[in-house]
Design a protein around this ligand. Structure first.
Ligand SMILES: NC(=O)c1ccc[n+]([C@@H]2O[C@H](COP(=O)([O-])OP(=O)(O)OC[C@H]3O[C@@H](n4cnc5c(N)ncnc54)[C@H](O)[C@@H]3O)[C@@H](O)[C@H]2O)c1
Length: 328
């Protein structure tokens, strides 16, 4: 199958490209190498996908390009059977500083993909959405019927992206799915996220810093589970037009997570607390029954297993990953 992964040099897109190439698909990764964090990490993502292709019957091509470039997007969408649209300006805090840029990439970029797919024989467009669409919790865990009241420009852009995706399904019959990811982590993850920060700081004898009082809760989702949710959408029309939560097996308070990482890596360190950012959601917790029912989604990695796997990976790749993480 010919698969286009936008944002394919990024954290999740890189894992998708790698997995699809390993499974023997012909993968094109389109990415503009946005310097939101050190692009050296993206080069490693590309290398992993390229290696996977050489070890299988698949192929891998990297296209340096921007999802805001209508012509370029049109060209590569036309050649693909399935599109996994991951390109975005991620990061809630960046969105508070640069809301228009976020809108441009996340909303107009998505419209370019949808519009090009409408004109092509695309089998399916899978769009990366986010738990940030929910914002203020009226109840937990969030199911997909929960109101969308985002608390950041990033969340608002993801609501708009999803709504366009749904409308292209309804109005033009374009086969689409939106997956609402809940805080994804794992090897090669983005810097400046709780798990990469805690591990990096503890291994360097620095206290892990918690922004807020630590009672915030998250469904941390292992990237391997996210890859499986996406892969389950290949070769089927299940879940057509739907938006679904892709969360994890368990929910954890940030302070508990920090303590567990600290206890494993540097038990003598005290936790530090910084100022909470209002654009960060207080709690995220996914009801995943819809994805389970429609595509058989079943996350398999618990937070403890996932953190252990990430920490092991971090230590094995510390020579290149750590300087890039700490540089971002
Ligand atoms: N990581 C998470 O916890 C999480 C949670 C919810 C949703 N998401 C969504 O998943 C997707 C992937 O996130 P990620 O964590 O891998 O982030 P990431 O920043 O690692 O990946 C995004 C990639 O998109 C690329 N990109 C940005 N602007 C672009 C543009 N204009 N044209 C082409 N490429 C562009 C970046 O260079 C980057 O490589 C995003 O849509 C994000 O909003 C991520």
């Amino acid at each position: 199958m010919r698969i286009l992964v936008t944002g394919g040099a990024g954290f999740i897109g890189g894992h998708l490209a790698e997995a699809f190439a390993r499974d023997g698909h012909d993968v094109v990764a389109l990415d503009n190498f946005e310097p939101f964090y050190d692009v050296g990490i993206k080069e490693h993502n590309v290398e992993a996908a390229r290696d996977a292709a050489t070890e299988s019957d698949g192929s891998y091509e990297l296209v340096h390009g921007d999802v805001r470039d209508e012509d370029l997007v049109g060209e590569y969408v036309a050649e693909a059977d399935v599109i996994f649209h991951q390109a975005a300006q991620a990061g809630v805090r960046t969105s508070v500083e640069q809301p228009q840029k976020v809108d441009d990439i996340n909303v107009s970029g998505t419209l370019n993909v949808l519009e090009a797919a409408r004109d092509s024989d695309t089998e399916r467009v899978v769009v990366a959405s986010s738990s940030s669409v929910y914002g203020k919790p009226e109840y937990l865990p969030y199911d997909e019927e929960h109101p969308n009241t985002p608390v950041s420009p990033y969340g608002a852009s993801k609501v708009a992206q999803e709504q366009y995706t749904r409308v292209y399904n309804e109005v033009y019959g374009l086969p689409t799915v939106a997956l609402r990811y809940f805080t994804v982590y794992g090897p090669r993850m983005r810097p400046n996220m709780a798990i990469s920060n805690f591990v990096s700081r503890c291994l360097n004898g620095e206290s892990p810093v918690i922004y807020g009082d630590g009672t915030q809760t998250r469904d941390f989702t292992y990237v391997g589970d996210v890859v499986r949710a996406n892969a389950a959408l290949l070769g089927t029309d299940a879940a057509d037009g739907e938006a679904m939560n892709v969360g994890s097996t368990d929910n954890i308070e940030i302070q508990t997570l920090a303590e567990e990482i600290r206890d494993q890596l540097a038990p003598d360190l005290e936790l530090e607390f910084g100022e909470r950012n209002d654009a960060d959601a207080e709690h995220t917790h996914a009801d995943i029954s819809k994805a389970k029912e429609l595509i058989g989604y079943e996350p398999t990695t618990t937070i403890r297993e996932g953190v252990e796997q990430f920490t092991e990976w971090y230590q094995e790749n510390r020579d290149w990953y750590e300087p890039l993480v700490r540089n971002s």
